[in-house]
Every structure is written in C-alpha cells, then in structure tokens.
Design a protein around this ligand. Structure first.
Ligand code: AMP
Length: 224
C-alpha cells in the first residue's frame, strides 16, 4: 500500500503516520527527517538544505524531488511506503504523480488531517515537554491534557518548552506554505483529491484533527 499523509504542523499528522506505519508495516518516509539526518551527518545535501530549513523556507524542488524519488526506489519500499512531508507544493505533486506513472506504481491512499490554522498554532505553542518522558502529553491550551500547574500531568515531572515551538514567525511561515491552496501544500493535496474524484483509483480520506489522538485514529481506521 502506498500512502501520502497531509496535515499542518500541529495537527497530529506525525502521530497518526507513526500508527499507520506500525499497523501496515510500511517504511515511514519523512522528507524533513531525511534533511535533518543529512545535516547531522554533514553531507553535501545537508549543507545545501540547511540554509533554507533554518529560515523556515522550502528546500528548492531541484534538491528535494530527486531525493524523495530516489528514496522511493530503495528496497524497503518495494511493498509500499508512507510518505510524509512530501509533496509540499503543487509542482512536487505533479512530479510525484508523473514519476509514479512512469514506474507503473499506484498511489492507493491519501490522508488529509484537517485542522483550523489558529488551533494548530495554539497546539504547537502550548506543547510542553516532560523531562521524564517526551510522550507524556501536556499542552497548556488543550483542556484534556493541561499540565498539573507547572508540572507534568502524568508523572509530575519538570516541564519545558521546545524552542522552535515558541518561534511564532517560523510557525506562521510554515503554516502559510501549508494552507496555501493555490501553489502550496493544500494545493498539492487537492491535486490528488481531484485525481481521486476523476479516476477513482486513489482513496482520499479526510480526518477531523480536532478530537483526541485515539478518536482521530478510530476515524482513520474506520475510513481506511
Ligand atoms: P518538517 O520536519 O516536515 O517540518 O520539515 C522541516 C523542513 O525541511 C521544512 O521546513 C523545509 O525547510 C524542509 N522540507 C521538508 N520537506 C520538504 C519538501 N517536501 N519540500 C521542500 N522542503 C522540505
């Protein structure tokens, strides 16, 4: 099964992607993670990508598109993949569609996690990390997982903020790219939605990202 995941930063897309990956035993290919790995290993690709990533801009298509298309040709992708963070603009969507057709590969499922922009921003800025376990959910803006005073609601551990979660300018920049329905990430998602409606070979699933992780997972499972 070949799956694409879309959702704004803060929508829980990564969490749902990780659940799908486990369930269907697929390689979870995240473009952002590939860039970060290249930066930490000091590769040429990493050096080229870093300046764009640091500014919150997209890495140019002539670097990103071949990187992802090559990744999809590796052995672990033979029985399917879950692609997350790519395509990020309409051009990438068109190039991915062309490449899949050339390789005789089908895209089976597209998942779009829908969340209001302000809610997504609050979620990111309200996130707090527990010193004992990063998976303990704490968010000062979500009633169901509000910290216990200034301590972790699960274990009472010390809480801290992730520095990039508090950079409002960077969050706004990333969201402006995501919510752009003309050329941005939603445009690329809608490119596949149109294909799904016209050709019927792609299943396009829309999820409401507002409820709890368990509820979103239940909706995803029921629609898959
Ligand atoms: P992410 O971890 O998905 O938020 O990605 C981190 C950064 O990597 C983004 O802000 C972009 O600078 C870059 N990046 C990730 N995916 C892409 C893509 N498909 N096209 C261009 N740049 C990307």
């Amino acid at each position: 099964m070949n799956i694409l995941m879309f959702g704004p930063n803060g929508s829980g897309k990564g969490t749902q992607g990780a659940i799908l990956k486990e369930k269907h035993n697929l390689p979870h290919i995240e473009s952002g993670a590939i860039f970060r790995e290249n930066i930490s290993k000091g590769t040429e690709l990493g050096a080229k990508a870093k300046e764009y990533i640091d500014r919150g801009d997209l890495v140019p298509d002539d670097i990103t598109i071949p990187m992802i298309l090559d990744r999809l040709k590796q052995d672990d992708c033979k029985n399917g993949w879950l692609l997350d963070g790519f395509p990020r603009n309409k051009n990438q969507a068109i190039k991915l569609d062309e490449a899949l057709k050339n390789e005789g590969l089908d895209l089976n499922v597209v998942v779009e996690v829908v969340l209001d922009r302000q809610i997504a921003k609050n979620r990111i800025m309200g996130r707090r990390l527990c010193a004992n376990d990063n998976n303990h959910p704490n968010n000062i803006f979500i009633d169901a997982i509000k910290p216990d005073g200034d301590k972790c609601r699960v274990c009472g551990g010390e809480l801290s903020e992730r520095s990039d979660d508090q950079d409002e300018g960077a969050i706004d920049k990333r969201h402006s790219i995501y919510y752009d329905t003309e050329t941005g990430t939603l445009a690329s998602s809608y490119y596949f939605k149109d294909l799904a409606e016209k050709e019927g070979r792609i299943k396009y699933i829309t999820l409401d990202g507002a409820p709890s992780v368990q509820e979103v997972t239940a909706e995803l499972t029921s629609k898959l």
